[in-house]
Design a protein around this ligand. Sequence first.
Ligand code: FAD
Length: 527
Amino acid sequence: PSQAARLYTEDDPVTILTTDTLKQNVHNSSTAWLVQFYSSWCGHCIQYSPTWKALAGDVKDWEQAIRIGVLDCAHEKNFDICKEFEIHFYPTFRYFKAHGSNTDVGKTYRGPDRELQTVRQLMVNFLQNHTKQDWPSHCPPLEPYSSEDILTLLGHKSEQYTAVIVEDADSYVGREVILDLMPYQGVGVRRVLSSDKLLMDRLGVTDVPAAYLLHPNGTHGLMDAQKRLRFFFSSFLKLLPGVHRQNSAFLQNSAHSSSNGHKPTEEWKEFEKSKVYMADLESGLHYLLRVELATHHTLEGEELKAFKDFATVVAKLFPGRPSVVKLLETLLEWAVSLPLDKIPYDAVLDLVNNKMRISGLFLSDRVQWVGCQGSSVALRGYPCSLWMLFHVLTVQAAKRPDALANTALEDDPQAVLQTMRRYITTFFGCQECGRHFEEMAQESMGAIKTTDEAVLWLWRKHNQVNRRLAGSMSEDPLFPKTQWPTPDLCPTCHEERSGIHVWNEPTVLDFLKRHYGSANISPKYTL
Ligand code: FAD
């Protein structure tokens, strides 16, 4: 049934299990599993699915130790397996230990409390129920360390950071941070108990939980996270210089680049994360106009409409240098005044490349990535600049309500997003990206009523994409996919309620307007 297919999709951070894949995943596995057997017609299951997705997103970084699955017992294909596993009620939550046998049907969690935080803590307890023999292969130790273990490290150089979380015995923060940092290299996390007075004195810790950081160069001190909470500790550690996600793409890319000599030849450009660079936006426009669109020999019908809308939005809203804005305006005037229902793209190229250069209107004709530089040529660059461009445009639309007056897009709070949507599905070279974006657009873009909501929508969806891509091939290990803005960029954007990270959306909106506003766009590195 279509409902069954929709309750969880491949874009959710859960693993969708079926008759064919349940056993092969949960038996003899190097990780533990927590599986929800649900039924797509059960009201509770439908209501609970957002929590389950949120949980799976929250613990995605734990997946080398414990993974989250779902299996739909209402799907005809799964009738037999649900019978074999004796699933009588929906939802049923089953834990499977790592390295379990072929006959393991899991252990049922019957507690009435299914709140995200409770289930997350149960997952920690469940991991600790393993013995030395069946311990999940990649799961780090979760037991507290002793003072000697820590004190002998003080003052010594090391290849990596060591973070020490000091906490009460009933606190989960230390174990959660240990698990959060599992996929990261360059830092190890340990926990110690506040009952260890000797250690508390030596580290100068008075309030718990606290985090203490030993640097590779031998220095050490209390960690300066904005708040003493799991999310802030984990974010702080993930952002340390030299800490990055282990990533097969990184290894493959570096092997690739050394074998064929395809190293980035450009020198690394220093930049600040807190700024947006005009060089990225202009390089993105250059690539889009001269490379991506140029693969289409003629534009007609939907393509022509998508092109004209795009030209309108950038000409009216792009907060660029006068010569570039003028170029975009000229391009727009030309495009709307053409009586043709078909444009050969060469005519656009001719305009952008030659005619405009003669009149001094100039868009850089090479790419120059700054905030979008990648550690290898295959990473970041254009898609990064495209996100940034559209964030900038949604912010401009919110700040300048009359900018689109007298155009076909006048008075439409969704104007920028619908234009982006058409651009992405019609022209964006990554088709898979287009398909995902279209799904998100269909789900909720139509409900946007104000230009402020449009700014937040794009931010939220971009984070959804970041979450899905974390740890995937397209992640640059030097720029791990995070939920953005990170606390170092905007501490007040983040809050924790009942142990769950939440965004303060009004603050996020203010932040986005400032970050992507024209005053924060740096001209550095523009030619
Ligand atoms: P990007 O995600 O490109 O972000 C660029 C910059 O934007 C970041 O450096 C940060 O400064 C800022 N930023 C990050 N998050 C936010 C946010 N939530 N709100 C505002 N600003 C933010 N790749 C795939 O492999 N699969 C896909 O399905 C896919 N879909 C895509 C859909 C679209 C519409 C686009 C434009 C790109 C898509 N990509 C996809 C590419 C992918 O999202 C990244 O752009 C690419 O991997 C480069 O990543 P990056 O590290 O440069 O950061």
